[in-house]
Write a protein that binds this ligand. Structure first.
Ligand SMILES: *Cc1c(COP(=O)(O)O)cnc(C)c1O
Length: 418
């Protein structure tokens, strides 16, 4: 795509088949340009209504009687996410707990399933919580955590990963879309390479789910988890999903034994006897409010269709790159994301030495991006509610901030939450 005029951006919006979906979201401030959908998605009207009715009617009036159907929500919404976004058949996905906790459960289960193997592999470009969780597991179990070196802009490839694989490897855990660059890893090739050495593959889908079509079953992925509050729009703290391939179910117990994974839970038996299904990944009482809200959020993505969302995500990110090349290169801004659409997710990373200050200046101009170390402005235009003109205006304001030097008024020290 070449840089286009604002009128042309408006014309793209007029022709956009997803355009009507924007009105299904709560947009209280029409002036605000929100390009941080990869950190916290917007609230949809359906999700809001569902939450209000759950609080007032189901909890408020129904009280404990609600559990008759609430108890099915984790697997029901898990199957819905699997069918809509993960390319996975029913019965392999459950919703609950955070991505961090699910990484712990799934990684431990995988390690136990490969006795005698002493190495867990990840890469230094993985998300911090993934690294910490794996460090903790390896330290307790006396295993080696092998951290593969990945160039943060090029991303991980199957070819490069081979040097870290071998018969001693039990598990490989990687992110599908890299949070700092937007690189989309080749799930098929990497999973095949990991299986080639007899190890299990655990994918973190936090930055790809809801923005990139995923084929867990077709690529024979073993395990996966990911956040639902980013492109899936489940709201702050909405629980993650956990996927375990059907061929592993019943033979790979996860390590936190809780009563929601128990056969005949309400028999209240004294000994743990887990269900042989994906339900064993459950621990305790599910986050009913958030899972119910999430169901409505996923239904909206299903209405859009992941294919159409991906197509628009590609077009929006192409537009950001074209405008950055045309307007921002002269000010020392570098596009740190891949230029080939097939190898990137739905966010674009712009690198500049004053990235933190640029983010603050954008926020002061009513544009919300986010900042990531080192020196990166992330622009994450969620395709379901972001217009072409939003992206155009955001980039135009960034150009003007660089031209005027107004970013220099902002503190150069990042705050606690970035
Ligand atoms: C956002 C994100 C997380 C966050 O995990 P939580 O347990 O929900 O805090 C983990 N991994 C990746 C790759 C992420 O992008």
């Amino acid at each position: 795509m070449t840089a286009i005029s604002r009128e042309q951006a408006l014309a793209l919006d007029a022709a956009d088949p997803l355009a009507a979906l924007r009105s299904r979201f709560v947009i209280n401030d029409p002036e605000l340009i929100y390009v941080d959908g990869n950190s916290l998605g917007r609230l949809s009207r359906d999700t809001r209504e569902r939450l209000v009715s759950l609080i007032d009617d189901e909890w408020g009036s129904g009280l404990i009687r609600g559990w008759e159907h609430w108890v099915e929500l984790p697997t029901q919404v898990g199957d819905q996410i699997a069918a809509t976004l993960l390319g996975a058949a029913a019965g392999q996905t459950v919703v609950g707990d955070s991505t961090s906790v699910n990484l712990y459960k799934l990684a431990c289960a995988a390690i136990d399933a490969r006795p005698g193997r002493t190495v867990v592999v990840t890469d230094d470009d993985n998300f911090p919580t993934d690294l910490y969780i794996l460090q903790g597991i390896c330290e307790r179990a006396g295993l080696e955590l092998r951290i593969h070196r990945t160039d943060i802009d090029a991303g991980i490839t199957a070819e490069s990963l081979t040097s870290s694989l071998g018969p001693e490897v039990a598990l490989v855990c990687l992110s599908h879309v890299a949070y700092r660059s937007g690189v989309l890893a080749d799930m098929a090739a990497i999973t095949a390479a990991v299986h080639g050495c007899g190890a299990l593959m655990l994918w973190d889908l936090s930055h790809s789910v809801g923005s990139v079509p995923i084929q867990l079953d077709a690529h024979d992925v073993d395990l996966a988890t990911g956040c639902t509050y980013k492109y899936v729009n489940g709201g702050p703290g909405s629980p993650a999903f956990a996927y375990m391939n059907a061929r592993l179910l019943g033979s790979m117990p996860q390590p936190i034994w809780g009563w929601f994974g128990q056969r005949e839970q309400f028999a209240m038996g004294g000994d743990y006897d887990p269900v042989p299904t994906v339900g064993q990944l459950q621990i305790g009482t599910p986050q009913v409010l958030q899972i119910a809200g999430l169901e409505s959020s996923v239904a909206l993505l299903a209405e859009a269709g992941i294919g159409a969302l991906r197509e628009k995500g590609v077009a929006l990110t192409e537009l950001i790159i074209a405008l950055a090349d045309e307007w921002l290169t002269a000010f020392g801004v570098r596009v740190a994301s891949p230029r080939t659409a097939t190898t990137r997710g739905s966010h674009i990373v712009l690198e500049h030495p004053a990235a933190w200050q640029l983010c603050q200046a954008l926020i002061a101009r009513n544009v919300i991006p986010d900042y990531r170390n080192p020196n990166r402005v992330r622009i994450g235009p969620a395709p379901i509610y972001t217009r072409y003109v939003d992206v155009w205006d955001a980039m135009d304001r960034l150009r003007s901030i660089l031209e005027s030097g107004e970013w220099e008024q902002f503190d150069s020290e990042p705050s606690r939450v970035t």
